[in-house]
Ligand binder design. Sequence first.
Ligand code: GSH
Length: 218
Amino acid sequence: MLTFYYHPLSPIARRVWIALLEKGLSFDAVVINLNGQQKKPDFLKLNPFHHVPVLVDGDLRILESLAILDYLEAQYPSPSLLPPTPATMTSVRMVQMVTINELTPKLPALVMSRESPEGDEGLWQQIQTILGFLSEQLGNGAYFGGECLSLADVTAGTAFPFMTRLGVELQGYPTLAAWYDRILARESWQKSQFDEEGFDTWKRWLLLQIKRRQRRKK
Ligand SMILES: N[C@@H](CCC(=O)N[C@@H](CS)C(=O)NCC(=O)O)C(=O)O
């Protein structure tokens, strides 16, 4: 039996949640309260870096969302979330890495820019660069890997709900906007979605983390 440790508002844990749902796997879901439970000894035994998600499959404990997604794909290959050709596979991985290294780190800056809009001027330009790159990778396909959902859609598609709620508009990117509508309509997205109240809770939690980090730096 699979056990999935997560928090329903974590965009990173949601990558794994959606992959589990898309693959039709049954799993026990354990919510970790990120206001302290993640630093308790029981959870630190599972993840010494105090992050969700964690997946346990029998004797195997896996942390790091990308490693979990790779494991699920290898261990439960059907339905596949990885396209078969080297070029499309590489594109999937590029989109995942750009989401993780470029897009996700902008979310705290976007939250801050809502608090003090005079803030980071370069931020909006950087976001346009990311959206331009994602549009280019999507091309005219229904999904990043082609006609079927892939790990790229799962990874990028869980960052978008935060980005769009934080004021990033997609109308300059019609194919990306259509892709976003397409994934939002999927059962896995619907089942794992959060409402406005959830979004506000996440934003308050993130602001607290940012302020704590700033205080530590002083
Ligand atoms: N690189 C990790 C990052 C996971 C991560 O940052 N999770 C956040 C929630 S979105 C978390 O658990 N934060 C709690 C903490 O840092 O104490 C992954 O991809 O799994």
